[in-house]
Design a protein around this ligand. Structure first.
Ligand code: NDP
Length: 492
């Protein structure tokens, strides 16, 4: 162990005691040495002949080898999805479709411990998050959309909803199984079949999900999983047999996909990045707000598109708030994702760690003041200490760009008008938070904040019934709720 965290400003003393280790059992999950592609209900070797390793970001150990799908593989998967769509799934009685979705939801619950461990191993997130957030929410999405499958006429009265066909779905590495559920559950409920590409660094829970599909006796070809890198995603986007692309990831790749699909008639939804303002007024419940700030930016190492990465504090409470926040940071436990006491796990990949380091260095160069609590980071793996920047100007890169790491930029405001102006001063528009005791002020703020989701006196709350999505460079289209179904339906 090395002491890598820096202290560049006066900090309160850290706690001088440690929790005893509380490791989750790792042997509940067994990975195969190698995983092929899941096409037409079978695991097949890639025609590309290419494979890549997926590793644990906490230990750098190889967990498995995974197929890298090329153009021919994507073509086969789209063909299998088309066949399944035409030969049964789209014509199946809606209540039958619901039956499969309910089964998947129940199996996810039954296997949740195993899948949570797999998620934390492959992605680096703390087990208490994969266990208490990712898995329950993934199952909840399947339960929720199972309920809609035979009620589409009620969801969209007099509009004659019908499925689109084959959906191509590309997901990122921050919530691998949860993003899979957000994509697959509504698509299947609406009567589509899917080809899903997981992110390169986190393919394992999607591959374990193929076993969930088998257990649920889902007809072959309804769900196809093609692992690979960005080129695999690009093949899927370009494939003429795909009727809809649903993408979650970076704004840069989202823009490239939109350019690629312009004029083709392929339906598209994009859920991209964010730079959310978490706005704290002087009349808020301060201790509650501190918890919301911490949850908003350090949850999942800050690898969250809707993370509250810009903290806007009313000037009159700036000093006590920052002092409390720094004190709270000293209690965060950074380390082994499989330890049940861990609050902040491993950074998902070396590439992401480099990106965080680069942006943090830019913050220091531009003149912001950095604070990191004293904490010991493991020698192996990819780690970054929870970080707060004060003295941040709106023009700094750390106030403008998505860092996608455990890094908070603190700015101040005096009036609600100024808070709104600063909050909206971003290319993004995914989420925001407001902390105040006044209901009228919450309503005043939400009407003016240009963000798809605004949380009031809480942050990072999700529910499958609630639509989620952005404005501006955060993308378009909504996932979750009835809105999420609409994205997978055509209407007369
Ligand atoms: P990407 O946008 O590259 O990755 C998202 C998904 O798209 C992955 O499955 C990726 O595959 C795939 N992909 C990559 N290139 C293409 C392409 N040309 N056509 C189709 N699909 C493609 O995000 P990164 O992983 O590179 O992360 C970079 C930054 O993006 C982060 O630092 C963060 O700021 C932001 N980000 C935002 C997310 C969000 O939820 N809003 C999620 C992830 C990242 P593969 O993984 O195999 O490369």
């Amino acid at each position: 162990m090395t002491d890598v965290a820096k202290r560049k400003s006066v900090a309160p003393a850290p706690l001088d005691w440690e929790y005893a280790p509380a490791p989750e059992a790792r042997d509940i999950v067994r990975f195969d040495d190698r995983y092929g592609l899941f096409v037409g209900g079978k695991h097949v070797e890639p025609k590309s002949g290419e494979w890549f390793a997926t590793t644990s970001p906490a230990t750098e150990e190889q967990l498995a080898e995974v197929a890298l799908a090329g153009a021919e593989d994507v073509d086969l998967a789209v063909g299998a999805a088309r066949e399944a769509y035409e030969d049964g799934w789209s014509g199946l009685r809606p209540a039958e479709r619901a039956k499969y979705l309910f089964r998947i939801a129940r199996i996810l619950q039954e296997r949740s411990r195993e899948l949570a461990v797999a998620e934390s191993l492959d992605g680096g997130k703390p087990i208490k998050e994969s266990r208490d957030v990712d898995l329950p929410l993934a199952a909840a999405h399947f339960f929720y959309y199972a309920g809609w499958a035979d009620k589409l006429e009620y969801a969209f009265p007099h509009r004659a909803p019908r499925p689109l066909g084959v959906a191509g779905q590309i997901i990122p590495w921050n919530f691998p199984l949860l993003m899979l559920a957000w994509k697959i559950a509504p698509a299947l409920a609406a009567g589509n079949t899917v080809v899903l590409k997981p992110a390169e660094t986190t393919p394992l829970t999607a591959l374990l999900f193929t076993d969930v599909c088998r257990q649920a006796e889902l007809p072959p070809g309804v769900v196809n999983i093609v692992t690979g890198d960005g080129s695999t995603g690009a093949h899927l986007v370009k494939h003429p047999g795909v009727d809809k692309i649903a993408f979650t990831g970076s704004t840069e790749v989202g823009k490239a996909i939109q350019r690629e699909l312009a004029g083709t008639g392929t339906r598209l939804t994009l859920e991209l990045g964010g730079k959310a303002a978490n706005i704290v007024f002087d009349d808020c419940a301060l201790d509650q707000a501190i918890e919301g700030i911490v949850n908003g930016i350090y949850f999942n190492q800050g690898h969250v598109c809707c993370a509250g990465s810009r903290l806007l504090v009313q000037e009159s409470i700036y000093e006590p708030l920052v002092a409390k926040l720094k004190r709270r940071l000293t209690t965060l436990r950074v380390g082994d994702p499989l330890d049940k006491n861990t609050d902040v796990g491993a950074i998902n990949s070396q590439a992401q760690l480099e990106r965080i380091r680069e942006l943090v260095a830019s913050g220091e160069e531009e003149g912001a003041e950095i604070y990191q609590p004293p904490c010991r980071l493991p020698e192996k793996g990819y780690w970054f200490a929870p970080t707060v920047f004060t003295n941040v100007a709106q023009s700094y890169r750390i106030a403008q760009e998505e860092i996608f790491g455990p890094v908070l930029s603190v700015l101040t405001f005096r009036t609600p008008e100024e808070a709104v102006e600063k909050a909206n001063n971003t290319a993004y528009g995914l989420s925001a938070g407001v902390w105040t005791e006044k209901g009228s002020r919450i309503l005043w703020m939400t009407a003016r904040l240009r963000a798809g989701v605004v949380w009031a006196n809480t942050f990072n709350r999700f529910d499958p019934t609630s639509p989620f999505g952005g404005y501006k460079e955060s993308g378009f289209g909504r996932e979750g709720g009835r809105h999420g179904l609409e994205a997978y339906l055509a209407f007369d």
